[in-house]
Design a protein. Structure first.
Length: 459
């Protein structure tokens, strides 16, 4: 018996062509979404009188059986059936007989696969957002502890010591970065909130369908305005891949910082043994390879985004098989960000902060902005104050002297406003506490920041 979808074809396909065009190996991941979409479609067909009520019930019951088979692992996947959609349809006919062939009335695999991907991405953006929240919670907890202990570390610009900051403040910078990711995936979800069902192959259908009803059944709040656009749009997938790429950039920055901090040269943190590995040759090694891999995996997130953008470029309307290339990229990015978020949460929750070491590494020269500010407060134009203190720092460097060791006379050489009292302002905790501008690193400000962060976590 010829397969229903063989249409005008006779004879067997070339085995190479068959293997080449088959997407089952990866689109089987859309099996559940495919069944869900088909059930809604079958119900709509019956409601609209396109198929009989009983026929609709039979089809839905068959699809429910298939859902169970998928859940308990007994569904018979067949590679020769090309993709997940044909696999499920074939199985349906096997289970309920020729009436199963009515399911595909007023539908094409083009709107079907678009629907499945929309459904998949709506679920996946939820998962990603939850995983982002878990990492944010870990950072929040660590920040709260470190605010409590008043931990100070050197703050950097250009990876040169700039001004000291509270460790809590530094950690919360990642919290807010991730908060934007969380919000961005909400927007991605919004882009996925459009049902393509009813567009059929590209032009719509001659059957009296009710796509508004199916959309509602499937949790969509709107439809595509245009059937051609509905089957050819993959913007929502690009947006998802972009969200993953940028999230990857953020996780990679965090990972890189932790790698640097774990070196002997910095020595700011120790990775928990559970998140590090040894070397097969060097007994002393403890490698932060979980963080290195988070950093490294960002490459595929960028690649997937660029890959899909490239697939879309130059693709004429409406559907082209090129679009089959969207899925592996989407699945890979989803798996990758979820794994990275998960391991980053583990790393952050278990690493040890070496508070003493951080404090010790605050160099006194990173405090001298406050000396310039002090001169400015005495009426010296800030530019001049900046130059005077610059000379002072340079002189200390050349003479091998510490600022705190200079006599009043020596200080007076640089400015009449400089004395030991002014130099005494240069305590790291005091320098930090003076940065009370909104969003600054003063403990009171960071406490407010934590309160706002807690509120975000409650949504
Ligand atoms: N496997 C296809 C995909 O992933 C499903 C849609 C195929 N449609 C078609 N007319 N060949 O995009």
């Amino acid at each position: 018996m010829p397969k229903a979808w063989e249409g005008r074809f006779t004879g067997k396909p070339d085995v190479r062509a068959e293997a080449f065009t088959s997407s089952l190996a990866f689109d089987r991941r859309l099996a559940v979404q495919d069944v869900t979409g088909s059930i809604a479609h079958a119900r709509m067909l019956a409601r609209s009188g396109v198929i009989g009520r009983q026929e609709g019930e039979l089809i839905v019951a068959g699809l429910e059986r298939i859902r169970e088979e998928l859940a308990d692992g007994t569904f018979p996947f067949r590679r020769e059936a090309e993709d997940i959609h044909l696999n499920i349809e074939k199985r349906l006919v096997e289970l309920i007989g020729p009436v199963g062939g009515k399911l595909h009335t007023a539908r094409s695999r083009n709107d079907q696969v678009a629907l499945d991907l929309h459904l998949y991405l709506r679920e996946t953006t939820d998962e990603v957002r939850e995983a982002i929240r878990r990492l944010q919670r870990a950072l929040f907890r660590r920040a709260a502890e470190e605010l409590e202990s008043g931990t100070i570390l050197p703050g950097y610009t250009h990876l040169q010591q700039a001004q000291p900051v509270l460790l809590a403040h530094h950690l919360l910078a990642y919290f807010w970065m991730l908060d934007r990711d969380w919000e961005r995936f909400r927007q991605v979800d919004d882009s996925c909130d459009r049902s393509p069902l009813g567009a059929a192959a590209l032009a719509g259908t001659s059957f009296p369908v009710d796509p508004v009803w199916t959309a509602g059944e499937l949790g969509f709040s709107r439809l595509y305005e245009n059937s051609v656009d509905a089957v050819s749009d993959r913007d929502f997938a690009c947006e998802f891949l972009f969200g993953c790429a940028l999230l990857g950039a953020h996780l990679s920055r965090l990972a890189e910082e932790l790698v640097i901090w774990s070196t002997r040269e910095f020595g700011f943190i120790r990775f928990a043994d559970a998140y590090a590995t040894g070397s097969s040759i060097m007994p002393q090694k403890k490698n932060p390879d979980t963080a290195e891999l988070v950093r490294g995996k960002t490459g595929r997130l960028y690649g997937n985004l660029l890959g899909l953008l490239t697939v879309l470029k130059g693709l004429p309307l409406a559907y082209g098989s090129d679009l089959q290339e969207d899925k592996e990229k989407v699945f890979d990015s989803a798996d990758t960000v979820l794994a990275c978020l998960d391991v980053a949460e583990g790393i952050c929750s278990t690493l040890e902060f070496r508070r003493e070491r951080m404090r010790e590494m605050v160099d006194e020269t990173s405090l001298v902005t406050d000396l310039a500010d002090h001169l400015a407060s005495k009426g010296v134009p800030f530019r001049e104050a900046h130059a005077m203190v610059g000379k002072l720092v340079r002189w200390c460097e050349e003479e091998g002297r510490r600022l705190s060791s200079l006599t009043t006379a020596e200080l007076g050489e640089f400015s009449i406003h400089l004395d030991q009292e002014a130099v005494a302002l240069l305590d790291p905790a005091a320098v930090v506490a003076r940065r009370r501008s909104p969003g600054g690193t003063a403990p009171g400000r960071v406490a407010e920041e934590l309160t706002r962060a807690r509120k975000c976590l409650m949504v």
